[in-house]
Design a protein around this ligand. Structure first.
Ligand SMILES: Nc1ncnc2c1ncn2[C@@H]1O[C@H](COP(=O)(O)OP(=O)(O)OP(=O)(O)O)[C@@H](O)[C@H]1O
Ligand SMILES: [Mg+2]
Length: 171
């Protein structure tokens, strides 16, 4: 699938609270496969996030600073509407395990129903990242465990700052 804007544009949507090496792995694969990949940080007002949306965007922009075809953006509302606005024809999702499958399949088929012109593409991360989730990373970091190798160095630093900030507040 192509469009008038010079190649295939993919959107990789998610919360990225925070970005993990699993996300990084999928984004790198997408950047090799598509002409442009847009990391779409979902503005979800219902969740109580650790990092604000601007913090999450800043992290992803810094981590992918040297990638000319990776863009970081935010969106809310329907993903397929956002894809249409960005002239994207592909939605990228990562699959870690069977546990991701049911939800992802529902979403992919619902999105196809909403806009048949957008195709969802699933990719699997390198094996060491198949058990990495933002939620687990946050839990481990909050309890003082090491998340080295699970997240980019910058994220590790930001997690440490958050933890320190909270302890200072409590003191
Ligand atoms: N380690 C990983 N390997 C491959 N895909 C991943 C990985 N972590 C997340 N993804 C995928 O990235 C997309 C965005 O995920 P999301 O931002 O919800 O991350 P998450 O780690 O699942 O966060 P949370 O723990 O808050 O649910 C989803 O398609 C998700 O399946
Ligand atoms: Mg998730």
């Amino acid at each position: 699938m192509n469009n008038d804007h010079g190649g295939v544009i993919a959107i990789y949507p998610g919360s990225f609270d925070p970005l993990t090496n699993g996300h990084v792995d999928i984004i790198e694969r997408g950047a090799r496969l598509f002409d442009r990949i847009i990391v779409g940080v979902l503005i979800n007002l219902e969740k109580s996030p650790l990092f604000t949306v601007p913090e999450r965007v800043d992290i992803a922009r810094r981590v992918f600073r040297d990638y000319t075809n990776v863009e970081v953006d935010t969106f809310d509302g329907l993903l397929v509407d956002y894809a249409r606005r960005k002239h994207a024809t592909v939605i990228v999702r990562g699959l870690r395990a069977i546990s991701d499958f049911e939800y992802e399949m529902q979403m992919a088929l619902m999105n196809r129903n909403l806009n048949p012109e957008v195709e969802t593409v699933f990719m699997m991360p390198a094996e060491p990242y198949t058990y990495v989730s933002s939620r687990l990373v946050k839990e481990v970091a909050a309890l003082g465990g090491s998340v080295t190798n699970l997240v980019p160095r910058l994220v590790e630093e930001r997690l440490r700052q958050k933890k320190h900030g909270r302890q200072t507040l409590r003191a």
